[in-house]
Design a binder for this molecule. Structure first.
Ligand code: GLC
Length: 750
């Protein structure tokens, strides 16, 4: 081998080694003292007792039968799901104290976006682009949940997805792996709260992995992903969660290229436990072991048990493949008892880490504390995205007295909370109708729901709505989705506004010809192509949680400027899905001059049309792109420069610029930095988000800002599955969203 190629090979090796080192130190989930305690316990436990730790019971919802007590005393239950009565939890832990090894149970609950104080749905939290506030919401959720004795939450859900048909998009962090990584790490830090006694929940990054890639957005559907997509799109948020110390991981329902996630040795044992060195615990999803029979991967529960334990699933959620079959599988020599020991070690590690052996009982804590509600309002405000604002109709002008509050989502206290809410109560909700009455005075609010719920087709009350609109100085129309129309097993293929909501908007515009501000409360991106032509402004509020109404008033009246940005692209039509910003260029990218089919002369043949990656009946771009979100400011970028345009190996990128708010209002802008490698050993996305920074400026103010992008953000997994950063020319884009950006170039040197 020539000297040059030897040098190059050694350079690549060192580069790979350099990059193989985790980006930041991983918080440890155990120590030698804990391991000694576990050794002692394991040494005394029978095989049956070990397998008992690997079983999560579905709970008896406020009851505790003699049978369940007996099974706890016999050490046959490791965890219970969905028990939140502090008295019952106390009784359960007392029962565990009577067992031979006195191992406490870890009590689990889906605390997804709040416990009693409900924050925006996770897709809305992602729209804040603010990891700090998201971390805070998780911390408050943990403190509230601990008052019941719950010590384990099944969050954060980190399934990147490009498909708003999928009901679980509501729980997802959106379409971008970097934003999802920031959100996942923040939620893990918040929930686990440095494992402070009585103030933390064991987090559970889910659903491992690629659940967001279900074909056609149909829940539980087949997932086929390339190695590159797996490593560069779906795995990174989980790596970020693990590097932030996530105590547990939950496997997904779906298969991955033919192997169910719950029996996938490659993703679980190889990537998660070996390559990433994950020392926490893996739990199946609800029956995902038994589902493998339906998948056509397991003949029966006994086979499912063998496949799951061998792949690295440590605890089984509510099904009984493990407790019914593992003992026999070990006795038959089919399953090595060391696999059981490793699983139980991981379970006990988390029980020690979360402090259960010191205190397994409910702790004191305040629900709905004033500060928590304030946080919920602030998080809701920062989650909301101003999509359009024609003529600057928002914020409402001073002097407006009478306000028409119309639509089925104006006072929908249950639906406003969103999906995955078990312990929030609709009685706590501040709806828009309530908040506007509070702000403007009851006598100045003309409230007409016009439709009883989002799917209502009855137009009988439209007249009253028109009347209210006629008699008002401003019209606010609250539309969207009931919460039941998104979430698990709630995928949809028609994404325009349900029911007669669009008719209501059209009727109001036709009859009054007055400006109409549309506020949408929904669990997913809806198709707003027609709405955007009629509405004068659109504020997307997602399902904003307990304080959503109060948040909307603040934004609409201008007390605070909207700052949310879209974490997922909004399609012009369902047929466009998947449409996303980090797409590939293709061999024939759109040229920009869209040729709609209604302009095609009859009898035209193929040659007259551009052969480009476009549609004849809709523009190729999304209606609203990833990263889009207006503010009440008017931000501009100047004096852009790169510290170095010839990056050495390992050198980070530093971009410097001046940001000016030329608007009339104070506002916070979310600056986004994207990169593109235009020529690489595998085709790269036209843009990849690599850094964000939020800057608030008073009107007329400027600030010089520098932003650093770590070298490793340029990397990707090549065709050998290796993480590499390839030398050559790169583009850097910077702006307030993913489409309209300033372009700069730099080189990565060999
Ligand atoms: C559900 C979900 C999972 C949830 C679990 C427990 O089926 O897939 O996200 O945490 O069951 O409720």
């Amino acid at each position: 081998m020539s000297k040059a190629s030897l040098f190059f090979k050694s350079l690549c090796l060192s580069l790979t080694l350099l990059l193989a080192v985790p980006a930041f130190p991983k918080p440890v989930l155990t120590n030698s003292d804990t391991e000694k305690k576990i050794d002692l316990l394991l040494g005394k436990m029978s095989l049956k007792e070990k397998i008992g730790q690997m079983y999560m019971h579905p709970g008896e919802y406020g009851n505790l039968s003699e049978d369940l007590k007996a099974r706890i005393r016999d050490g046959q239950i490791g965890s219970i799901l969905n028990e939140v009565d502090p008295k019952i939890v106390t009784a359960i832990q007392d029962e565990a104290k009577k067992s031979k090894h006195q191992i406490p149970l870890i009590m689990a609950r889906d605390v997804i976006h709040g416990f009693r104080t409900i924050f925006p749905i996770p897709l809305g939290l992602a729209a804040t682009f603010n990891p700090t506030i998201v971390e805070e919401t998780a911390r408050v959720s943990a403190i509230e949940a601990r008052t019941t004795g719950v010590t384990w939450t099944f969050a954060p859900m980190l399934d990147v997805t490009r498909d708003p048909r999928w009901g679980r998009v509501a729980e997802s962090p959106g379409e971008d792996p970097y934003l999802a990584s920031l959100m996942g790490a923040a939620m893990v830090r918040g929930f686990q709260n440095d494992f402070k006694p009585g103030q933390s929940l064991a987090a559970c990054a889910k659903h491992f992995v690629a659940y967001g890639a279900v074909e056609s957005g149909k829940d539980y559907n087949t997932v086929v992903v390339s190695q590159q997509q797996l490593h560069d799109l779906y795995l990174p948020p989980f790596k970020a969660a693990i590097d932030s110390g996530s105590a547990t991981i939950m496997t997904a329902f779906n298969e991955i290229n033919g192997v169910p996630a719950t029996a996938n040795e490659y993703t679980l044992n190889e990537i998660l436990k070996t390559n990433w060195g994950f020392t926490g615990m893996v739990v199946s999803d609800w029956g995902s072991t038994e589902n493998m029979i339906n998948h056509g991967y397991s003949k029966d529960l006994k086979m499912a048990a063998r496949q799951s334990i061998k792949a690295g699933v440590d605890m089984e959620m509510v099904y009984t493949a493990y407790i019914d079959h593992l003992e026999q599988l070990v006795a038959d020599g089919v399953v090595d008892e060391r696999l059981i020991d490793d699983a139980v070690r991981r379970i006990l590690r988390i029980k020690f880490k979360i402090g259960l052996f010191e205190n397994p009982y409910p702790v004191q804590g305040e629900l709905l504390a004033k500060a928590s509600l304030e946080l919920a309002k602030q998080a809701a405000m920062e989650s909301m995205v101003l999509l359009t604002n024609k003529g600057g109709i928002l914020p409402l002008k001073k002097g407006i007295k009478k306000v028409a509050i119309i639509g089925p989502m104006a006072h929908a206290p249950h639906d406003q909370l969103g999906t995955w809410v078990f312990d929030g109560k609709k009685e706590d909700t501040i709806t828009p109708m309530m908040a506007f009455k509070e702000h403007f005075g009851e006598e100045n609010i003309l409230f007409e729901p016009a439709l009883s719920y989002s799917r209502d087709f009855s137009k009988q009350k439209f007249g009253e709505a028109v009347q209210a609109a006629e008699n008002s100085d401003a019209i606010l129309l609250f539309l969207g989705e009931e919460s039941i129309l998104s979430g698990e097993a709630h995928s949809r293929v028609f994404l325009n506004l349900p029911g007669a909501q669009l008719d209501l908007l059209k009727k109001l515009k036709l009859e009054t010809n007055k400006p109409i501000i549309v506020v949408i409360l929904a669990g997913r991106p809806l198709v707003l192509t027609e709405v955007s032509k009629i509405a004068d402004a659109i504020l997307y509020a997602w399902h904003p949680g307990t304080m959503g109404g109060a948040a909307i008033v603040e934004l609409v009246t201008g007390a605070q400027s909207p700052s949310g940005k879209l974490p997922i692209s909004f399609p012009r039509a369902v047929g466009q899905i998947p449409v996303y910003y980090n797409h590939k260029s293709t061999g024939r990218p759109p040229s920009g001059n869209y040729l709609s089919m209604d302009k095609i002369k009859v009898g035209t043949n193929q040659v007259d049309l551009e052969n480009r990656a476009v549609y004849l009946d809709v523009e190729t771009t999304p209606l609203f792109p990833f990263g889009h979100g207006l503010t009440y400011g008017k931000f501009s970028f100047h004096d852009l420069s790169l510290k170095s345009t010839n990056l050495k190996v390992g050198e980070s990128i530093e971009v410097k610029f001046k940001l000016t708010n030329r608007g009339k209002f104070k506002a916070k802008e979310t600056i986004q930095v994207y990169i593109n490698d235009p020529v690489a050993s595998l085709t790269r996305p036209v843009k990849e988000l690599v850094a964000i920074k939020q800057v608030e400026l008073e009107p007329g103010n400027s600030r010089v800002i520098s932003l650093e992008v770590p070298y490793r953000r340029l990397g990707f997994h090549n065709s050998q599955g290796k993480f590499v950063i390839e030398p050559g020319d790169y583009k850097l884009y910077i702006g307030s969203e993913s489409q309209k950006t300033h372009t700069m170039t730099f080189k990565v040197l060999r």
